[in-house]
Design a protein around this ligand. Sequence first.
Ligand SMILES: [Fe+2]
Length: 299
Amino acid sequence: MKFNFASGVSSLIPVRVTACLIPLEDELGDVIDKALRRAGLSDDELSVRSGVPLGKIRDAIDYRYDLDSAEVRRLASALKLNEVGLCALHAGRYPLPEITGLPFCVWPLRMQHGVGVSNAYLVGECGGAEALLFDVGGSFSMLARDWPANVKSLRGVFLTHAEPEHTGGLREVMARFGRVPVYAPSGSGVEGAIPLEEGQPQNFGRLEVVSYSTPGHAAAHSCYLVSSRAAPRGAPLLVAGDLLFAGSVGGAYHCRRQLGLQLQRMIEIVPQNAVVAPGHGPMTTLAHERRFNPFCSAN
Ligand SMILES: [Fe+2]
């Protein structure tokens, strides 16, 4: 259950404005649970280390919160989490940045997923009829709800990882848009997709897409960095899949250690002015997550 709504406002340059309320993917209980697993601790051990009663920890993981601020700070210390970000989650006020500086347009296509949202993204020149599609949602009908009227064709489809909420709509997208190249991480098993290894730039008009292999959430998982060759000083867009969320990280279903290493690697090598487009929850920026994300201070 997630009741923590944070505002997601996209004000992109040139003009593209989307204002809506997007729930964070994870709330305090999810973050504590993921941090416990990352640390390899039991809830008993966390209670001893933090001095927080075991019952309160178990309640928090079950989304029942009876923690005071001092206890949250002690949990942050014991779990090596960013204290400011964890306290903000506890208060239901995790901050989100204004999204600015992209020299192209991004249209988030949001779909209900459980009690949260999963995202696909169209990226293209503002006002253009062509775009790139990053992930395809669970079905085309879900994508179509937010599909911008001006985008009539696709130049390419990029998949971050093969899970139903991110790739389930691929067959319908292909049927609707015809022969569009589909790129996916090497080893994803997506039929007909072109496997992309790390660092193979793909150019589409003035847009360049560079893939990064980022296993952890899944064995075959990629992030994509989109930039404009016409505006090299403009902010790039990091399509992060389920590696990094606003206020949290993806579940380490393949390998916890690799997810941590890839997160740290991307934080270090991606330009600090990058806008982050995660697979779930609201958009954010890399600089903002470095400052507030509970998991970004401990790597
Ligand atoms: Fe996902």
